[in-house]
Ligand binder design. Structure first.
Ligand SMILES: CC(=O)N[C@H]1[C@@H](OP(=O)(O)OP(=O)(O)OC[C@H]2O[C@@H](n3ccc(=O)[nH]c3=O)[C@H](O)[C@@H]2O)O[C@H](CO)[C@@H](O)[C@@H]1O[C@H](C)C(=O)N[C@@H](C)C(=O)N[C@H](CCC(=O)O)C(=O)O
Ligand SMILES: Nc1ncnc2c1ncn2[C@@H]1O[C@H](COP(=O)(O)OP(=O)(O)OP(=O)(O)O)[C@@H](O)[C@H]1O
Length: 568
């Protein structure tokens, strides 16, 4: 694949992306203004001959320091922001001198922002050839993305998806070795392009708040047709600054519906795609999200039965009012068990006429976790609205859905207590998963978890508090300390647990080494107890200051059970 640089730069234009071609010092007039671009890279270590290198500002360093390395590796063009320092300039000059190549330098106000339109153009705007779903929310994105993709495939539609745990470019799902939910724009656009090349007509994109923020602009040039909003709670404030900004960044997904006319070429055929939003009406931000698009929005609710409302019981605030004239679907009679879930979906045309319920559909799925009532319903509504496949048929297909790895995954090696691995790592997901388990627990609940370093610190005591309220024994351990002190993180969580009455070395244990923490939990578990291992789930490492150690929670739990003599 190759593109002329001038063609790519035409995709830039607005104030935010105004560009200037300069010489290698970042100031003088250039000798060269065009190049043939054969690939894109935002890390100098990935640059190959005739690549366009985006030098990005980062949290640890800046890409400008690696322009010289990119040039040495064959970059034909560089997009950068900010001043080039004296030191960087001399290194670039040296790299240019030792290569015969002419390199074009393009200065932009934000290299991250520019990366999105340029990448989309490089890959021939692949999202204009796909029906594109975006799923956003603090929790439930990966599960809902997976369920939409599975429902499409179960109905013979060729689809791909991009998500934290796995991805697909049209074939079976493949493990995503990165922990990243929404990759950088060149990766998103390349994967969409490959889906088109592989014959896909539909694509499902997990849309993190980082991905949707204008600061990072990873999804800026994806033409979304269906926007799904799951929920918005406290997370990633270290990046977004305020809750309002976090919410607004997520809502860019709904704003994106109004940025194009949804006339696409799908499998070579000009097609007008129905555009709409799907919102979780139990979240107070639902009407805000709906107001961010002029397109129709459909709501869903469990009437407080599957989420954190259930945790709060009588002290729970009233559910938000359902916006007038919004058609919505209500999940009722939710029954969740160790290995599955059943509920019924009731359809209402408007909020104020409970008599206009005009159909009831029953759903049975072998995915555990009451919270999956939200995720399955959202997926059914998204697929129904874009394909016209009936809700009844989609509800039947739900029987064949499988969970994302590490979402309420049951580990049964014949031990007398229950072991569940789940990805809950926020206060609200704790409030969501604990109550249904507490309701059915016949013994004690023991939980093992930590909190990520260099990420939101405000959530730590809240996690401790909620866990201590629902669990009999709390064991705190490492998640990804990164460059933070592991014990400081654990102590911050412990503050919340102690506030709820937990006592050190009685029912609160601080065991930083995660494999040891798991063994501690298992050693205390008796018949009918439930042990919950939270927050690591599908991840394949624990990140420390200087290294990442390989780690797999499910294998670790199985090994620990084997040591106790349990194996199947
Ligand atoms: C904390 C954060 O935002 N990190 C992102 C950032 O990395 P960084 O700031 O550490 O980069 P840096 O080390 O300072 O380097 C600056 C630049 O120099 C480049 N570089 C560096 C070294 C070198 O030799 N050559 C070179 O070119 C780097 O590629 C980078 O572009 O820039 C990288 C791209 O260049 C991103 O991939 C990376 O995302 C990492 C993987 C990440 O985990 N981000 C998190 C915060 C994230 O995006 N999370 C969201 C939400 C998840 C959720 O749903 O909860 C997500 O969508 O995943
Ligand atoms: N609809 C939901 N509402 C509340 N909590 C949920 C919901 N769905 C899943 N969860 C909880 O969140 C965890 C992560 O689920 P999932 O991976 O689907 O969400 P996510 O938004 O993709 O998270 P991340 O981006 O952090 O991977 C689950 O293990 C469960 O504890």
């Amino acid at each position: 694949m190759e593109k002329n640089l001038c063609v790519l730069l035409k995709s830039l234009g607005s104030e935010e992306t105004d560009y200037k071609i300069v010489a290698e010092d970042g100031i003088s007039s250039p000798k060269n203004t065009d190049a043939c671009v054969e690939g894109l890279a935002f890390d100098s270590r990935d640059v190959k001959e005739n690549y366009l290198f985006f030098a990005l500002p980062g949290t640890h360093t800046t890409g400008n320091k690696f322009i010289a390395q990119a040039v040495s590796c064959g970059a034909g063009a560089v997009v950068f922001q900010d001043e080039i320092t004296q030191e960087e300039h001399s290194q670039i000059k040296e790299a240019l001198a030792s290569s015969s190549k002419k390199v074009v330098f393009v200065k932009v106000p934000s290299s991250r922002f520019a990366m999105s339109p340029v990448s989309s153009c490089f890959y021939d705007n692949p999202s204009s050839k796909l029906v594109v779903y975006g799923v956003t929310g603090t929790e439930g994105k990966s599960s809902t993305v997976s369920f939409i993709w599975q429902l499409l495939r179960l109905n013979g539609i060729k689809a791909g998806f991009i998500s934290t745990v796995q991805y697909s470019l049209g074939g079976d799902a493949i493990d995503n070795p990165q922990h990243q939910t929404t990759p950088e724009a060149p990766v998103v656009q390349r994967e969409l392009y490959e889906m088109v090349c592989n014959g896909c007509t539909h694509a499902v994109v997990e849309s993190s708040s980082h991905g949707l923020s204008k600061k990072l602009n990873r999804l800026g040039n994806v033409l979304f047709d269906c926007a799904v909003f799951m929920n918005v709670t406290l997370e990633h404030l270290e990046f977004h600054g305020t809750y309002e900004q976090y919410k607004s960044d997520k809502a860019n997904l709904f704003r994106a519906l109004d940025l194009h006319n949804h006339e696409k070429t799908i499998a070579g055929v000009a097609t007008k795609i129905p555009a709409f939003g799907v919102v979780n009406l139990e979240d107070p931000a639902a009407s805000y999200f709906a107001s961010c698009t002029k397109h129709k929005t459909i709501g869903f609710t469990t009437e407080g039965k599957a989420g954190k409302q259930a945790a709060l019981g009588l002290s729970s605030p009233p559910l938000p009012e359902i916006p007038k004239d919004m058609p919505y679907f209500s999940c009722r009679n939710i029954a969740s068990a160790r290995f599955g879930l059943a509920f019924s979906i009731h359809r209402f045309e408007t909020h104020d006429s409970l008599n206009n319920e005009n159909s009831v559909v029953h759903v049975k799925a072998s995915v555990p976790g009451a919270f999956n009532a939200y995720n399955i319903t959202a997926a059914i509504l998204a697929v129904h609205g874009t394909t016209g496949i009936s809700i009844e048929k989609l509800a039947l297909c739900a029987q064949k859905l499988t969970s994302v790895k590490g979402r309420m995954t049951v580990i049964d090696e014949g031990q007398p207590f229950e072991v569940i691995v789940d990805y809950a790592h926020t206060p609200s997901s704790f409030e969501t998963i604990f109550p249904p388990l507490k309701n059915r627990a016949m013994g004690k609940m023991i939980c093992v978890f930590g909190s990520g370093g260099e990420r939101d610190t405000t959530k730590r005591p809240l996690q401790g508090e909620i866990a201590a309220r629902f669990c009999d024994i709390v064991i705190l351990t490492d998640e990804d300390p990164r460059k933070e002190d592991r014990m400081t993180i654990i102590e911050q969580i412990a503050l919340g647990a102690r506030k709820e009455g937990k006592k050190d070395n009685v029912d609160l244990f601080l065991v930083p080494d995660r494999p040891q923490a798991i063994r501690k939990a298992f050693s205390m578990a008796k018949e009918n107890d439930i042990v919950l291992l939270l927050g690591k789930s599908h991840e394949n490492s624990i990140i420390y200051a200087d290294n990442a150690i390989k780690y797999d929670e499910i294998s670790e739990a199985k090994n620990a059970l084997k040591e106790m003599g349990f194996a199947k």
